[in-house]
Design a protein around this ligand. Structure first.
Ligand code: PEP
Length: 249
């Protein structure tokens, strides 16, 4: 039985004051839940998050990382730096990174490898655009994005990783994939991994992301291959985020 996981992606939101209130509420609200709960703030707030969440049931992570270990890469942040701030997880390949910052499948695979090198758990984000879905390319696109990591890192590395299926057309749009649409893609991801290693596939947590709200969470998380959620907008509202965590419980 895979333990459910709910991760909040704060994107470029927050302030020291807002974060403190949100984190206190989340910390108190997760007491007694058995699912894993993670928050991913912007880099500058990692020290604050570490100070406020250390010793609690809530883990934290970053929203990206450099594929390089160190060097002349202005504005970049390395895996070992994230580790120094207690991160356990790191998102790689979020669609906003792919679309707005030109991250390629190859770069994302390199980031995945860099994260695992220091023991961080990469949350590999995959998903198709609306145009790709409407052209019947969903399965191909998701398989290609996953293949890039499988080729670079090997299937066994998914034993210490998480995959998040995030259809681009559902991120921040208020349009959620139907539970059936999500399940179909999640099952395809698991089949692709199972073709290489059945045990890794069976243990792999595959999250759904894209406008998950308290009202839609339970049915999505009730699908056989949906192991929790990657939550954007609703992760900034403690009551909503906690309701989603409870739906995963
Ligand atoms: C995300 O940022 O990964 C995301 C899923 O955002 P939202 O929940 O706002 O669609």
């Amino acid at each position: 039985m895979r333990k459910k996981l709910v991760a909040g992606n704060w994107k470029m939101h927050g302030s020291l004051q807002q974060n403190a209130a949100l984190l206190e509420q989340v910390k108190a609200g997760v007491a007694g839940l058995v699912c894993d709960v993670v928050v991913c703030p912007p880099y500058p707030y990692l020290a604050q998050v570490q100070a406020l969440l250390s010793g609690s049931a809530v883990a934290w992570g970053a929203q990206s990382l450099s594929e390089h270990a160190a060097g002349a890469y202005t504005a970049e942040v390395s895996a070992s730096m994230l580790q120094e701030f207690g991160c356990r997880y790191v998102l790689v390949g979020h669609s906003e990174r792919r679309a707005l910052y030109g991250e390629t499948d190859a770069m994302i695979a390199a980031k995945f490898v860099a994260a695992q090198k220091v023991g961080l758990v990469p949350v590999l984000c995959v998903g198709e655009t609306l145009a790709e879905r409407e052209s019947g390319l969903t399965a191909d696109v998701v398989a290609r994005q996953l293949s890039a990591v499988l080729a670079a890192a090997g299937v066994s590395t998914l034993g210490a990783a998480v995959v998040a299926y995030e259809p681009v057309w559902a991120i921040g749009t208020g349009v959620t994939a139907s539970p059936q649409q999500a399940q179909e893609v999640h099952a395809a991801i698991r089949r692709q991994v199972a073709a290489l290693d059945v045990a890794v596939a069976n243990n792999l947590r595959i999250l759904y992301g894209g406008s998950v709200k308290p009202q839609s969470a339970a049915e999505l998380f009730g699908q056989a291959d949906v192991d929790g959620g990657l939550i954007g907008g609703a992760a900034l509202v403690a009551d909503d985020f906690l309701a989603i965590c409870r739906a995963a419980n």
